[in-house]
Design a protein around this ligand. Sequence first.
Ligand code: AMP
Length: 283
Amino acid sequence: MTPDTATDAEQTSRIAAAWKKQGLSIALVPTMGYLHEGHISLIRRARRENDRLIASIFVNPRQFSPSEDLAAYPRNLERDLEICRNEGVDLVFTPGPEQMYPQGFQTNVSVENLSGGLCGASRPGHFTGVCTVVCKLFNITGADRAYFGQKDAQQLAVIKRMVRDLNMGVEIIGCPIVREADGLAKSSRNSYLNTQEREAALCLSRALAKAGDEIAAGVTEAAAVSAAMRAVLDAQILARTDYIVVVDPDSLEPVPVIGAKALIALAVFIGSTRLIDNMLIER
Ligand code: AMP
């Protein structure tokens, strides 16, 4: 059976409200499409834990800066719908920009401090675009639970903060990073990489593995761990490091000495493609 699709926010709200009326729990998995196993892991967990599942597919122009890859962002709606059908998604919400941002639209949701560092430093306005669209998706669907990947660790922290700060009645569930067999974190943007770049992109997961080795060997200073990671990245000629950080996963404040909980995150340009990856330390 093909999942129902809706491009219209009001239609989506009506369907979701009818489910609510029947006492059914509703999950939302927001995506920008071009679905891969990372997205599918979110969809599967959401499917298991809820009565009804809505996946959204929307390449949100407001989270791309003018210099970024909005027009080139990979899209394949037919294949995405096929995946959604196979995974038992009940409703796929696929609005166009004109439905999400009609004439006169002028409201933004900003999470101030958490959005400034890490990816926010090189992508000004990105998280305001993300929060605004995610807030709209929560309001449209009335979801009880929403599923996000740990792959975008800053996004997860920002959205959790938004939900707490604005008393949104949705539970945010973070899901582990899904990787290719060789360690590269799955990402729609991996499709930009040529053969050489695909090989070079392994330096991100290798740098994280190096950090893991250092920590396992007893190194606790964030500066030493970061330096070891930087050495791995510097050895890769096609890589240009944007950032390496060791931070608290909730506050995103620097953690100088790695104790019970830390997020080690990095962003690296491979050629012109910017890739991110991270590792959560919980012990
Ligand atoms: P995107 O389509 O890139 O906006 O991603 C939609 C959702 O899928 C976000 O919550 C991402 O964090 C999540 N996601 C993307 N890649 C992965 C991955 N490799 N593993 C787990 N979740 C992912």
